[in-house]
Design a protein around this ligand. Structure first.
Ligand SMILES: Nc1ncnc2c1ncn2[C@@H]1O[C@H](COP(=O)(O)OP(=O)(O)O)[C@@H](O)[C@H]1O
Ligand SMILES: [Mg+2]
Length: 329
């Protein structure tokens, strides 16, 4: 915990108790931190504990154990003043006053943080234009579509000019087009503004589009905390498909299997297809040596495209099998 950390979550746990039912351990010993200006995703399936963690950080809910600090200030000890440092769009809750117009909502929510409407008028107008809500500026929020309401909620959170912003499932319930537009704008804002943003989503595409780093949660626990690029590289450079001239070179299979467990060799009439998952990037050299030594003629090398979804499924699978720590994740 220090002043240069925007958010520090240490060993936070939270169990929900309902009368007559066993407790639900929604958040289980979760730790992660976020540096200033970082855009971090909380990714996990429904029920993974994303919203609960965000509520604990915002002080809406008290964790059973653990510590949370925002820019070096303990949230519970500095409550409610610490709220000046963060704003949020929470999933499924009303983040707006429905009888106020878009513009009035912006003035109201920014006013909570003492943001002067006079000095920030241009910025507010800029946000409205960025989210294509110019026509709706003076329309009551209750008359807007779901997507427009969501965009207005995001604008109101941004208008408070807090250094830290939480967006909980920002694209949930939006049609594909609006979701893509919102993601595009969020990515642009994340690049333009010096702000720290935490985005939660069950949708890998949303995280892949907006975030630099991802914290993957499963059943209330952190299973991966890594740069999105690194995860893609790590998995992307591993899966190779190689096509050789037929026939299958003698001794190739015997030479490969001790080094590359899980290699799949499929001989066809005119060629031989190899599918291999490398454990380490440098294993490509070993693979090439073996192919050369057995006289194989390479026709084609490609590596399979991966997206965050495949990475996510693969990580969850490995974690279930108990060997995720074997990888440098
Ligand atoms: N108010 C509540 N009372 C009881 N259980 C809850 C409550 N809120 C959430 N849960 C349970 O806690 C777990 C985590 O929920 P949540 O934090 O909403 O996950 P996520 O946001 O990742 O979908 C789920 O099993 C959910 O059913
Ligand atoms: Mg949620």
């Amino acid at each position: 915990m220090n002043e240069t950390t925007a958010l520090d979550v240490r060993s936070v746990s939270k169990t929900y108790w309902e009368r007559g039912k066993p407790g639900v351990r929604a958040v289980d010993d979760v730790s992660f931190s976020v540096a200033p200006n970082e855009v971090v995703g909380l990714l996990g399936p429904n029920g993974a504990g994303k919203t609960t963690i965000i509520k604990c950080i915002l002080g809406i809910m008290r964790p059973d154990s653990g510590e949370i600090s925002v820019f070096g200030q303990d949230v519970q000890a500095h409550y409610p003043r610490v709220l000046e440092k963060m704003s949020a769009v929470l999933e499924g809750s009303r983040n707006l006053y429905w009888r106020l117009t878009v513009w009035e909502n912006i003035l109201f929510f920014s006013g909570l943080n003492g943001i002067s409407p006079r000095e920030n008028r241009e910025y507010f107008e800029y946000l409205i234009q960025l989210f294509s809500l110019q026509d709706k500026r003076d329309v009551q929020v209750r008359k807007l579509s779901q997507g427009m309401k969501q965009k207005t909620s995001v604008i109101c959170a941004l208008a408070r000019r807090t250094p830290l912003i939480f967006l909980d499932e920002p694209t949930l319930g939006l049609d594909v087009e609006t979701s893509l537009e919102l993601r595009h704008v969020l990515r642009q804002l994340a690049q333009e503004e010096n702000r720290t943003i935490v985005v939660s989503s069950h949708d890998m595409d949303v995280i892949q589009d907006i975030c630099q780093r991802v914290v993957i949660l499963s059943s209330g626990r952190v299973i991966v905390n890594d740069q999105v690029n690194h995860l893609m590289q790590l998995f992307g450079t591993r899966a190779y498909r190689i096509v050789l001239d037929a026939p299958l070179p003698p001794g190739l299979e015997e030479a490969l299997t001790p080094h590359f467990t899980g290699v799949v060799i499929t001989p066809h009439d005119t060629d031989v297809e190899l599918k291999v998952d490398l454990a380490e990037r440098d294993d490509i050299y070993l693979l090439m040596d073996i192919l050369r030594n057995t006289g194989a003629i390479i026709n084609e090398i490609s590596h399979e495209e991966v997206d965050l979804e495949r990475v996510f499924l693969e990580i969850v699978r490995r974690e279930r099998n108990g060997y995720v720590s074997g990888y440098s994740l």
